[in-house]
Design a protein around this ligand. Structure first.
Ligand SMILES: Cc1ncc(COP(=O)(O)O)c(C=O)c1O
Length: 376
């Protein structure tokens, strides 16, 4: 430092050492309380978290499970998807829904996405629905809340279930309802970097349907009806532990405020890009849809140049996601019912820049400046 101008520190894409999980004494106290209690699985913290999460989402039931991926598997099972069933989803969302569907022996068909917001739309979903479609997984990608209400309306008449993947969108709202409250069942992930993350793995399935909730509760615990009595041969062990539940109860009280901060950060980037008047870098997060800004995603036809310039300015970046599901080398070729032009185009253009509540105002300013300069 000795009098000279300090060199700006690189800004990481995420930094959990700064997060509430690492720094908040309330989190450490909650973990210590559970450890001292001797009750580690399916205890009072878990039951309280389930009730509080259901109330937060405006739904009747929430079921804690071990991860967001398990939540997708269990939700699909609970709406009746098994071997040979057809599941429609987007190909640009990291492959989680595809993974879950394939675990159950389902066939996957991909719907294209909206150019600006990168989420599926009623039109892109309707274009690929077929007589064998059993379920649609609507992923609220990057925190962008898709029009799951209209998609659900068009699926209901055809006996197709709608699963809302809210792993990236907890707390998001559209037309006065929370993401997750539009379809038949919602899934969540509490992976540490999520908008509501925990200090390990965790997930939940939420629904208004008592039948779906009962099936998930059985499937997540070996298919039991009561202890040691199996009623469902397809059960597994997928539980949210007491330490994670205790931590998540604290986070649930704060997630709306964190989402506000995330949105303010993304608004700052959007304003900086607008101020350049140059259209070659545009926002994807929040483009034409409500968002909780899980990831701040921009796009550019010169993505690699943009990435290099941001790197030179000390701004961490990543690509979510670089390989669409239908091009994954290890996955079976999906049935193609429609071209996926917007999915294909975006894969080469999207770029994620830092967006987490603990970014300082100075860092947000530096990222905005770096984005705007590369756009000029
Ligand atoms: C959209 C989406 N769905 C599902 C998952 C899977 O969640 P998990 O990592 O908890 O299995 C993730 C994230 O990791 C995700 O981003």
């Amino acid at each position: 430092m000795s009098g000279s101008r300090p060199v700006s520190r690189p800004i990481p894409l995420a930094d959990l050492r700064r997060s509430w999980l690492a720094t908040d004494p309330e989190v450490a106290e909650a973990a210590a309380r559970v450890l001292a209690s001797g009750w580690y699985i399916r205890g009072p913290e878990h039951d309280a978290f389930e009730a509080e999460l259901a109330a937060f989402l405006g739904l009747g039931y929430a079921c804690g499970v071990a991860s967001g991926t398990d939540a997708l598997v269990l939700a699909l099972q609970a709406v009746g998807c098994g071997s040979g069933a057809e599941v429609v989803t987007a190909a640009n969302a990291g492959g989680y829904a595809t993974n879950a569907a394939l675990q159950l022996g389902c066939r996957v068909v991909y719907a294209d996405v909206d150019r600006s917001s990168q989420v599926v739309t009623p039109a892109t979903v309707e274009a690929v629905l077929g007589p064998e479609t059993r379920a649609v997984v609507v992923t609220h990608l990057y925190g962008n809340v898709a029009d799951a209400a209209t998609i659900t309306a068009l699926c209901r008449g055809r006996g197709i279930a709608v699963v809302e993947d809210c792993a990236q969108a907890i707390g998001g709202e559209r037309d006065g309802r929370r993401a997750g409250a539009f379809g038949d069942v919602a899934t969540l992930s509490f992976y540490p970097t999520k908008n509501l993350g925990t200090a390990g793995d965790g997930g939940a399935v939420a629904t208004d349907d008592p039948g779906i909730a009962a099936r998930v509760r059985s499937l997540r615990q070996y298919g039991w009806s009561t202890r040691y009595t199996v009623q469902d041969p397809l059960g597994r062990n997928s539980r949210l532990d007491e330490v994670q539940a205790a931590i998540l109860r604290i986070g649930l009280r704060r997630v709306d405020a964190w989402n506000e901060r995330r949105r303010a950060i993304v608004d700052h980037y959007a304003a900086a890009l607008l101020s350049t008047g140059a259209p070659d870098v545009t926002m994807v997060t929040g483009a034409g849809v409500p968002t909780v800004a899980h990831l701040a995603v921009v796009r550019s036809t010169r993505r690699d140049d943009l990435r290099a310039r941001l790197h030179a300015a000390g701004v961490g970046t990543d690509v979510h996601y670089p390989v669409p599901d239908h091009r994954q080398p290890g996955l079976p070729s999906p049935a193609r019912r429609s071209a996926l032009p917007e999915t294909e185009r975006a894969v080469a253009e999207v770029l994620t820049v830092p967006c987490f509540p603990d970014l300082t105002d100075d860092e947000v300013e530096r990222i905005s400046h770096a984005l705007a300069s590369s756009s000029a």
